[in-house]
Structures are given as structure tokens and as C-alpha cells.
Write a protein that binds this ligand. Structure first.
Ligand code: WT7
Length: 635
């Protein structure tokens, strides 16, 4: 957003109706925020008391090993106890936990009872394969109920799940299996996307070939095409689930509050993905509180988080938080514009969805098709809207608010990260909104925008976004690399002990936060987080490429797209055919989301004298902007 746009937007207010304010869990943000800020531990302890624990904690927060914080120390629980076990003892046993629609139009529903039973059965299947507390299980599937069942089954038996997004390729999958040392992989034959099949089992086979640590592959039949099954290694999910070992009763493993729940890989500044680790105790408190307060979840709601369960948004707000709150979630398998651009609006009408939570890239993508598509449908069931993944431009915000929300639904723009576990800066339904601002921090969170010395920036001045205190949903470590966690997040402001988010931001006169974007070598493409280094090493692994540099260039729909600059090895000539070959190579090595929009062959890359590629210079050139300070540029 330009400076002028920023100044104008900071003055543009939208207020919720009295009805929304009166109904919401937090009708007075100011009061709750102030109370939580005065004593965050007391605030979180009170929230933790709304959940079940096998044994109560002795200490809310242990800061002795900071930044390796421990929450609810001594507490015994299991997130599955709160997400499933406790509900089947109440009337919620009969409530719908999940409503699912496949891309071809097939439907499934799961009551809490049915979901609990399926999870129990699969928990027993995993146990029969020797999966024990603490073992890692990799899950690589499309957006189908069995993915959710597999995650919950792992949690229930104390195994650590590592879900790999279905858009990643064999290489990325193999690396992550290797890093987590998973002996079991759960996948499916294929996934539906825009009417065709993504052959997940085939990709999984190639990955297992690269990472022979995998002993068992469990395959859900979804698309039904022929897939090779390796005797002794591969098993059909439905076969296993009909064996006597798949009993519908499965004891929930008693977990320490700080025992690991899952690893989720995300991109950082180096090519090696970071395995962000979250735990049972703090994460369940944080995700359920943030969802309840920010989206005001009620029993009659039909909540639709349109993310993929393979990302943190799906982990926290499709799987765990809604189930902990006993909510009804809607999940859709496929593409938003398949077969027509009204697919989403039609489903909102058909299912009576009351809250839609999605990403700006999806909003912009659907906005492109015009107002006529949503206007064909009755969207009056919607009460709240949400946005996540990247800054939402005011224009898309206004369209979402007026055309989709009929002008009556507040847009809850949630800023957070894989590392934070849940929302950090977000409106609650009762606060005044400004399009493009994630508004203010969640109660219990102290956020700020600071300069390099740690001084708070004046209103309107860009600086680094930091979190100044620990929160229960924060990452506990980077799996297998605790030093990297300290270096990455806690070294920039080591003296103050602040968490560095990696984003730049501004605060306005009213204390509202405006996120600008990443300050590290991370690019957000359609809301997906990619490291420049991942794409670059993918390119360099091709025989023709000696060196490469990758940048993100702003794009109207996707937020950013990737431009890649390649220096070829001697004997290779740049050509259109080579561009296509390199794109294919990236699709295979990293995944379809990482494929550059543009690949340019160059004879040199701008570098500093110490040899660091100056991506800033490439970006300025690509966008036709001044190159800025190039005094460190090598001649
Ligand atoms: C990065 C984290 C957290 C779920 C999805 C992304 C960007 C996220 C917003 C927002 C502006 C946002 C930031 C952040 N981001 N939400 N509402 N406004 N930017 O998780 O893949 O870990 O990415 O996404 O740059 O650092 P993630």
C-alpha cells in the first residue's frame, strides 16, 4: 500500500452492529485486553480451566529456560481428550463435527460420535503397526476426512504427526520424512483438483524410494485409479479399518502438557525447511481461546475454514480448535472455481455456512469473476468473515465485506504464523475495523513495531514486528535444531528477549497494526510460504543451472509471483524449451506452488563483495524501480 493509501485507509472505519457486539464473547476488547496484559498468566490459566486435564498443572509458565518456555508445567492432558473424548459424554455426541463435500460433489458427515469412533479405530491400527508415544507419523493426503482422522488418531495415541501439504513434490516430501524419521506414512491414491487427479501415491512411492526409513505406507482409496501396492509395505486403509485390531475403543494416551503434538514444516531463510514443533497443553488452550474470541463460535454455527489441513491454518482452525469448542466444521476438497466460479457461494447457501475464513488470494481470485456469481446465491447465513495468510488489500476487503458479507459481516483479518500456533493480531467481532489492518493484538499478547535498536516506531513508521512476551501457543523448538530456533526468532532482540516475527509493519495513530510483508527471504505466493533458497536449490539441482536467484514480484491475484534468474553452466544455451524444462523440474523437486512465473537467463547476478546475492536489486529491476543503495555491489 502506498503512503497516501495508508493515510486514507487509516481513516476509514467500519463498526459492527449492536447485535454482533452484544452477542460476542468479548464485547469489550479494551477491558479484556487490559486485564490480560496486567497478568497474562492468570488470563491463560483461567482459559485452561475451561478444558479437561487428567492432572492439573503446577505452574502456568516456566521461564527458566527462555526462550524455551514451558506452559502448564506438570499438567497431564491430551488434545484428543478435549477435541473428542469429552464431547461424546454430552449431547454433542449427536452433533455434527464435520460436514464434508468432495470436489466431484460427493458428501459425508461425521457426528462427534462417529468421528471419535473412526479416530479410535485408526489409533488402534497405528498402534498395531508399532507406533508408540513420541513416534513420528508422516501424513501426505488430499483434503478428505481421513486426513483429519489420521491427525487425531496420532494425537490420541501420543504419536507426533507431520502433515505434508499435498502440493509438495516427492523431493520435498522425502526431505521431511527424513528430517522427522517417520517409519509410517499415511497417504491416499490420489486427490481431486479441478476435475483431475493429483497422483499422491505415485509421488509418495518416489519419496519412499528416496527415504527408505519408511516401513509402512497406509493408503486411503479416494480417486480409485489403479495404484501399485508393494506387498508387505503398503496397506489399504479400508482393509486395515475392517480388521479386528481396529476396535472402536482406544485408550487415550496421557500426555504431559509439554509433550509434542505435531511437527509442521515451514520455509525460512535457508533451503532446509524448519520443523516447527507444537505441544498438547499450551496449543489446545491457545487455539481454542483465539477461535472462540475472534470468531465468536457458537453451537448453531457452521464454520468454514477454507484452508488446507496441511498448513497451520488447517491444523489449528479446521482440526483442533473447532473440535475443542464442539463446533461444526465444513470442509471442501477441491478448487474454489470448479466447475464454475460460484462453487463456494453455492456451498455457503446449501450448507448455511455462518462463518467463512479464507485467504486474500482466494478472495481476489473470486472477485475477478465479477459480482454476478455470488449474487446468484443467498448468502444471508453468513455472520462473520475472516482473512489470513497475507495482507488483504483494502479493495479486496471492501468487496468481501459488501458483496459476500452483505455489508453486515465484520471481516476478521487474523495475523499469525506457523510458529505462533494461533491468531496474534486480530480484530474481535466487537471492535471497529479499518480495511487492510489486522487491528490490535489478541488479549494476552504484547506486540509492537520497533526499530533496529528496539525503540517503538512512531505512528506510520515502518519497523519490525515483535512479540514481547511468551504465549501458550508459541512454537517450542525447531525439530532437531534448537539452536536454529534461538537464532531465527530470539537473537535479533536477544537482550530484550523478544520474538522476531520476520514481518515489517506499521502502527497507526490508533494503535492499529498494518502488516507490510516479510523482511527475510520468504515469499508469499497465493498465501503459501516459500523460501527463495528452496526454489534456488531446486533450480541449481538441474544440470544446466550453475547459479540462481529468486525473488517475489507483486501480483494482483496471487499476492506475489516468483521470478527466477539463472546463470547457466558452460555448454548450455538459454531457450524457451529450457525454461519449460526448468519449470517442470521445479514442479517435481519442490512442488507446483513453487514454479516460477518467469525464468530469465543472465550472465551475472548482482552480488555484494562478500558474495551475497542482492535480491533487492533484482526486485527493483524487475519492477522498474530505482535500485537504491548499491554501494556494496560488487563491480
Ligand atoms: C506469514 C506466516 C498463519 C496462517 C497462514 C500463514 C503472513 C499471515 C497475515 C495477515 C498480513 C499475514 C505474514 C506471516 N501473514 N497472516 N492477516 N496479514 N500478513 O502462516 O505460512 O506461517 O506464514 O504470513 O507474512 O509472517 P505461515
Amino acid at each position: 500500500m502506498s503512503d497516501q493509501e495508508f493515510v486514507l485507509s487509516t481513516q476509514e472505519w467500519y463498526y459492527p452492529s449492536d447485535e454482533i457486539v452484544n452477542q460476542s464473547h468479548v464485547s469489550d476488547y479494551e477491558a479484556v485486553y487490559t486485564e490480560a496484559a496486567a497478568d497474562p498468566q492468570a488470563f491463560w490459566a483461567k482459559r485452561a480451566e475451561t478444558l479437561e486435564w487428567y492432572q492439573r498443572w503446577e505452574k502456568v509458565l516456566d521461564e527458566s529456560g527462555a526462550p524455551f518456555y514451558k506452559w502448564f508445567v506438570g499438567g497431564k492432558t491430551n488434545i484428543a481428550l478435549n477435541a473428542l473424548d469429552r464431547h461424546i459424554k454430552t449431547w454433542r455426541k449427536n452433533k455434527l463435527a464435520l460436514i464434508w463435500e468432495g470436489e466431484p460433489g460427493d458428501k459425508q458427515t461425521y457426528s462427534y460420535w462417529r468421528l471419535w469412533q473412526e479416530v479410535n479405530k485408526f489409533g488402534n491400527v497405528l498402534r498395531s503397526m508399532g507406533v508408540k508415544k513420541g513416534d513420528r507419523v508422516t501424513i501426505y493426503m488430499g483434503r478428505i476426512p481421513e486426513l483429519i482422522i489420521a491427525m487425531l488418531a496420532c494425537a490420541k495415541i501420543g504419536a507426533v504427526h507431520s502433515v505434508i501439504y499435498g502440493g509438495f513434490s516427492e523431493h520435498a516430501l522425502a526431505d521431511r520424512i527424513e528430517d522427522a524419521q517417520s517409519r509410517v506414512l499415511v497417504t491416499c491414491d490420489g486427490a481431486w483438483l479441478r476435475g483431475s487427479i493429483v497422483e499422491l501415491k505415485k509421488i509418495a512411492d518416489q519419496a519412499v524410494h528416496r527415504s527408505p526409513i519408511v516401513e509402512h505406507v497406509i493408503v486411503v482409496k479416494r480417486t480409485g485409479q489403479d495404484v501399485p501396492m508393494q506387498a508387505g509395505r503398503d496397506f489399504w486403509y479400508h482393509d486395515l479399518m475392517s480388521l479386528p485390531i481396529a476396535s472402536p475403543n482406544c485408550e487415550t494416551e496421557v500426555m504431559d502438557a509439554e509433550d509434542p503434538l505435531f511437527i509442521l514444516y515451514t520455509s525460512g531463510t535457508t533451503g532446509k525447511p524448519k520443523g516447527i514443533l507444537h505441544t498438547h497443553g499450551g496449543y489446545q488452550v491457545y487455539t481454542s481461546t483465539t477461535l472462540q474470541y475472534a470468531f465468536d463460535i457458537r453451537d448453531e454455527d457452521r464454520w468454514w475454514c477454507a484452508a488446507d489441513p496441511g498448513w497451520i491454518t488447517g491444523h489449528s482452525y479446521i482440526v483442533y480448535a473447532p473440535l475443542i469448542l464442539g463446533a461444526t466444521s465444513f470442509v471442501y476438497e477441491g478448487a474454489p472455481n470448479f466447475p464454475y466460479p460460484n462453487r463456494w457461494w453455492k456451498m455457503i447457501e446449501n450448507y448455511g455456512i455462518s462463518i467463512l475464513y479464507t485467504a486474500p488470494t482466494a478472495i481476489r481470485g473470486l472477485m475477478r469473476f465479477g459480482d454476478a456469481w455470488p449474487k446468484r446465491h443467498n448468502l444471508s447465513s453468513l455472520r462473520l468473515l475472516g482473512s489470513v495468510g497475507e495482507p488483504i488489500n483494502p479493495e479486496a476487503w471492501r468487496w468481501y465485506h459488501s458483496i459476500i458479507g452483505g455489508g453486515r459481516c465484520p471481516v476478521i483479518d487474523t495475523w499469525w504464523q506457523t510458529e505462533t500456533g494461533g491468531f496474534m493480531i486480530t480484530p474481535l467481532p466487537s471492535v471497529g475495523l479499518k480495511p487492510g489492518s489486522a487491528t490490535r493484538p489478541f488479549p494476552g499478547v504484547i506486540a509492537d513495531v520497533v526499530d533496529d535498536d528496539g525503540n517503538t516506531c512512531a505512528p506510520g513508521v515502518e519497523g519490525k514486528l515483535v512479540i514481547k512476551n511468551p504465549w501458550p501457543g508459541m512454537l517450542r523448538t525447531i525439530y532437531g535444531d534448537p539452536d536454529r530456533m534461538v537464532r531465527q526468532y530470539f537473537s535479533t532482540y536477544a537482550r530484550q528477549g523478544w520474538y522476531l516475527a520476520g514481518d515489517s509493519a506499521r502502527k497507526d495513530e490508533d494503535g492499529y497494526f498494518w502488516i507490510i510483508g516479510r523482511i527475510d527471504d520468504v515469499i508469499k505466493v497465493s498465501g503459501y510460504r516459500l523460501g527463495t533458497a528452496e526454489v534456488e536449490s531446486g533450480l541449481v539441482s538441474h544440470a544446466a543451472v550453475a547459479e540462481s536467484a529468486v525473488i517475489g514480484v507483486p501480483d494482483e491475484v496471487r499476492g506475489n509471483v516468483i521470478y527466477a534468474y539463472c546463470l547457466l553452466r558452460a555448454g548450455f544455451q538459454g531457450s524457451d524449451a529450457l525454461v519449460d524444462e526448468l519449470k517442470d523440474h521445479i514442479r517435481k523437486e519442490v512442488g507446483p506452488i513453487a514454479v516460477p512465473t518467469k525464468i530469465e537467463f543472465v550472465s551475472a547476478l548482482p552480488k555484494t563483495r562478500s558474495g551475497k546475492i542482492m535480491r533487492r536489486v533484482l526486485k527493483a529491476r524487475a519492477m522498474g524501480l530505482p535500485e537504491g543503495d548499491t554501494s556494496t555491489l560488487e563491480e
